[in-house]
Design a protein around this ligand. Sequence first.
Ligand SMILES: Nc1ncnc2c1ncn2[C@@H]1O[C@H](COP(=O)(O)OP(=O)(O)O)[C@@H](O)[C@H]1O
Ligand SMILES: [Mg+2]
Length: 383
Amino acid sequence: MKAITYYDTPERSDYEVILRTKKLLIDDFEISQILECFPELAVVLNENREIVAFNKKALVLFKNFTEDEIYGKRVGEALGCIHANDEEAGCGTSIFCRECGAAKSIRTTRIENISEEMECRITALNISKEFSLDLRVTTSNIYLDGLRFIIFAIKDISEEKRRLALEKIFFHDVLNTAGAIHGISSILQETDSETTIKEFSSLLENSAQQLVNEIQMQRDLRNAENGILFVDIRTRSVNMILSDVHSQYQNHSITKGKLIDVKLLDPDIEIQTDMTLIKRCLGNLLKNAIEATESKVMPIEIFAVETTDKILFNVKNQTVIPEEVQRHIFYRSFSTKEKSGRGIGTYSVKLLAESYLKGKVYFVSTEETKTIFTIALPKKFRV
Ligand SMILES: Nc1ncnc2c1ncn2[C@@H]1O[C@H](COP(=O)(O)OP(=O)(O)O)[C@@H](O)[C@H]1O
Ligand SMILES: [Mg+2]
């Protein structure tokens, strides 16, 4: 019975044939050297798109398999693509493969005999955890002993994509705030009314502060992602952190008509941390809590809990997050809010607090507990 395919050819080679080809390629010193010259994963595929040679860098992405297991697999199978086993004939034969840049690139090279380059996003499973790879794929034909093979190489462009997405959000937010500042200053210039001047000066102050925050946040996030964020660890009062964050948001325009309740520790205790970063992280959580709260009757709380070796900073609000939304929290660019260019708040909190403050960030959100986001920081920061 012929195997089913919704895209590329389903035929598979005998493992013995694969091993013979593998030997042929391993004995060819030049091919091995060429493969190692690629900066990232590069593999050689046979006519059935099965891997018959690969470079050392490929092992990083094929980490679920031993070297022997990789031979004879197709690229999606070796990467752990979630569609690789949709059909019996494997990678390249499912209905989803029609949209896969890697599958299309291989097919074009094979059928049209030309080199091809395409982008693709592969969702893969690594020990039951899903992760996404944004790749630029190139495919070219090579001939050896009269046989045709395809060299398949990738460049991981996840970073590039993320940077572009973050930049877009940054420009969007900063332009909005700068626009607000511009608008308020025009009003101030045209009015003589004392009350208008008073009201709008304080709005101006808020928006200017927000602009500075947004720029600093972007700078920190970029440095954090590049691994060059400078962390200034000093001994700090927990109550000072809580009350600073509280007062920054209590007078913020988004808080109008809502109540933020700060509970201070009695007695106060000290913690070794970076004051600016923890305040920025808590500020982001508080902003989400404020945005999720509709009225004064639903108080927002910010408080700390002491354990033996940690301080748990908590931000609580009364709105429960729907389950399908909960699954996406902490992912970059995920947002349920209307304004486009959102969705880096929880992502940046996790990145900054976990990679730079040696903390843990998590949340609960149920009818009983309501929504509580927690940043757990060690009392003593050990390098
Ligand atoms: N405290 C909270 N209460 C309710 N929903 C929340 C809370 N924090 C985050 N969320 C949900 O998580 C999403 C992602 O939050 P975030 O990463 O800060 O991005 P953004 O606030 O820009 O949407 C929000 O759009 C919202 O749906
Ligand atoms: Mg947010």
